[in-house]
Design a protein around this ligand. Sequence first.
Ligand SMILES: [Zn+2]
Length: 453
Amino acid sequence: MNDNEKLVEELAGKIKTGEVQPWKTESVLLEEYDASAPDHFRTAALSRRTCIEELTGHKFNYLELPDKPYLMQWRCPKDNSIWHLEARDTDTACTRCGSALEPYGTEAERFRPLVNNYIGGKEEYYSYAGQIKVFGDVDKTFTNILAYGPGFGSIGISVGCFRVNKLGGAEVKVGRWAGAARNLGYIFESEEEREKAVVAAKIFLPELRKEMEEKFLSEFRGEIYEVEFVRRQHHGQFYIYICFYTRFEYARGHGDTSSAVGFARGRMDAEFNEKGVAYTQSLIAMGFDGDLKPSPRNRRGRYVSAQVKVPIPAYEKMSKTGIDKLMSYMEIDRQGVMQEQGGFVYSGMGGEIIPALYRGTKVNPRPYNVSCTENVYVEIKGNDVIFGVELPNLEVGAASNREGLICPTAREVLKFMGIGTSKEFAAAAAAITLAGEFNFALLHLRGEMYAGK
Ligand SMILES: [Zn+2]
C-alpha cells in the first residue's frame, strides 16, 4: 500500500465513523493533511468511494473516477465573464463573443469541485448523499448515490438524512401496485351510433380483458383492474374513450399495457365490424391516458409516502422558531403552488430531488419531470409534528428494464443503494425526498436559505 492508498483508507474510516463529514473531505485534506490542489479532489473522491464500498460490501466496477475530477475557472478578457469548465474540456472559447478564455485565479485557487461529495461519473456527476434508514412497508438502510443537475448540491440531502436517521428514520408506506393506463379512442358520426358501440363494447369486454391479460400481462402478474368509458364530442364528431387501467406489483407494466391495448384495438374493430357498428376512426388516443404528462388523477405509477415524527419542542429548537411558523411556511408554499400551477405538480423541492435519483439510476421512465408529482405535508398529532412527503404516482421501472435498457453503471448504482425491486425504489425516492425537504424547510425557517452574504 503506497502513501496515497494509506491516506484514502484513513479518510474512508473517518468518513465512516462520522469524524469527517463527507462533504468536508477536500478541506480536511488541504488543512490537516498538507495535500495540494488540485490532486486532493481525486483523493477525496477515492476516500468517499472506499467508504461506500466498506459500508455496502460492494466494489465499484463501472462508475469511473476520471484522473482530473474537478473544474477550472476561466475569464473572458473581452467581456469579463467568469467560466467554469471541467478540467478535461479543451474548448476554451467564450460562447458569447468567441474570445479565447484566460485562466482565472491563481494556479492554486482556480480549481473547484465538479459537484459536492463527488464520487465518479463523466456524463453525470455522481454524489454520495449519505444513508437513510426506512421502516414500515420497507425496512432497509439505503446508501444514496445521486446525480444532480446544475445548481444543486448534495449537502442538503446528506444533512437531511442525518437528521431523519437521528429521529429514528423515515416511516414509509408503499402502494401495493404500480398502475399503468392506455386509452382506446373511437370517433362516430352520430350519438346513436356511439351508443350502439358502447353497448357492443361492454358485452365484448369480459372476453377481451381475459385475452389481454393472458397474452400480455401475465408475465409480470399484471391485471386490468378498471375499464373506463367516457363520452366527449367536437363539432359534430362523437368520441368515446375506452381507457384500460392495469396494475403490477413488481413491474412498471407500461410497455405491456400498450401492447395489450394495441391488440385490443384490432379485436374491438373486428367486433364493431361484425356487429354493424360504424365508426369513422379507431385509434390509440394517448391524450386521455396521460402518457408522459403529470396527472393529479394518479392514472399511472405507485403511491409512496415517507414521514418523520418529531416532538414539537425538539422541532422548535431545530428550526429556531415556533411551530406556527412551520404551519404558515407550508401554507404560503401550498398556495403558491396551487394558485400559480392550477394544481400541485411539485410542492417543495421535489422537482430537483426526484430527478437526481432518476438521473443516477436511469430506471424507466427517463423523462424526470413527469415521473411523479410530489406533495409535502405537515400534521400536528398530540405533542408531535409529523413532517412528510407523498409521491402519489411514482413510476418505476427497476424491475422492468426490458422496457428500456439500464446501463451497467446505473445498475451498479442501484445495487450500491440497496434497491432491488420497484417497491424499494419507491421507498428510497420518498425517503430521500423527505430528507431534502425536511432540511430545506429548516433552512428556510432559520432564514439560512439563499442567504446573501
Ligand atoms: Zn466573451
